[in-house]
Design a binder for this molecule. Structure first.
Ligand SMILES: [Zn+2]
Length: 111
């Protein structure tokens, strides 16, 4: 069993709604699990497709970005010390850093 990062509810690994993978120092990998309820409250409950990049991503009404990989949603949002959020997106094989604000303006069509 794994635990939701927020409410600590225990579920089977496959039963979570959102996943995350953080590469830590010395090659350690930390995995995160979030249930549907906590995801809706924390990351937003409306998702809009981000078009024009190699990844299959969506951005939420709360400014989180998730990527669909192997039928799972991965939260790929990164937060800077100052509180600015950004993501890395790939276009034609080239990785680009994108701030969340402009992405929301562009893709969150209804608010
Ligand atoms: Zn939860």
């Amino acid at each position: 069993m794994e635990q939701c990062s927020f409410c600590k509810i225990e579920k089977l690994e496959n039963d979570f709604y959102m996943y995350s993978i953080h590469n830590m120092t010395r090659g350690r990998v930390q995995k995160g699990y979030v249930c549907k309820r906590c995801s809706d409250m924390t990351y937003g409950d409306k998702w809009y497709p981000i078009i024009g990049y190699d990844e299959k991503c969506e951005i939420s009404n709360h400014g989180s970005v998730r990527e669909l990989r192997e039928n799972r949603y991965f939260n790929i949002t990164r937060v800077q010390n100052a509180g600015t959020s950004y993501v890395y997106l790939t276009k034609n094989g080239k990785s680009m850093r994108k701030n969340i604000g402009p992405l929301m303006k562009r893709f969150c069509t209804e608010r």
